[in-house]
Design a protein around this ligand. Structure first.
Ligand code: ZN
Ligand code: ZN
Length: 138
């Protein structure tokens, strides 16, 4: 499936052909910190099917306990995390699905690192909902 997207400020733009069957949620604590939220979602593209169209991301390499080095590509202007890849000999690019215009079609099929999942984040159903920003409290 062809997708395209970019960061919030528009500096980074990309296009890719992804495997829409390989969308995952990651509940690891690194993803929680990187996102400032409860989890991240990614979809995989082989490296030759990912193309940066504009901008030059800032790369931050994190080293996991296992020793695996993972390069995180962020927009240097607005901080959006756009994609990640193995720092040594990357074969695949994991694209953050929230940066894709087609994000509504990228539905996760698996969740990983569930042992560190925030319990509320695995079932948002019971939490009170508003269709947009709620009115200010008086
Ligand atoms: Zn940006
Ligand atoms: Zn993670």
């Amino acid at each position: 499936m062809k997708i395209d997207g970019g960061c919030h400020c528009g500096y980074i733009t990309y296009e890719a052909t992804v495997d829409a069957e390989r969308v995952g949620v990651c509940h690891c604590t690194d993803c929680q910190t990187f996102s400032g939220s409860a989890f991240r979602t990614g979809v995989l593209a082989s490296k030759d099917r990912f193309r940066l169209l504009g901008g030059q991301p800032k790369i931050y390499v994190k080293t996991a306990k296992s020793g695996a080095r993972r390069a995180q590509a962020f927009c240097p202007e607005c901080g959006t995390h756009v994609y990640a890849f193995a720092a040594d000999d990357p074969q695949e690019i994991s694209i953050r699905t929230g940066t894709a215009r087609q994000r509504d079609q990228l539905v996760p099929s698996a969740q990983i690192w569930c042992r560190s999942a925030q319990p509320w984040a695995v079932n948002l159903g019971p939490i009170k909902k508003f269709q947009e920003q709620p009115p200010p409290r008086s």
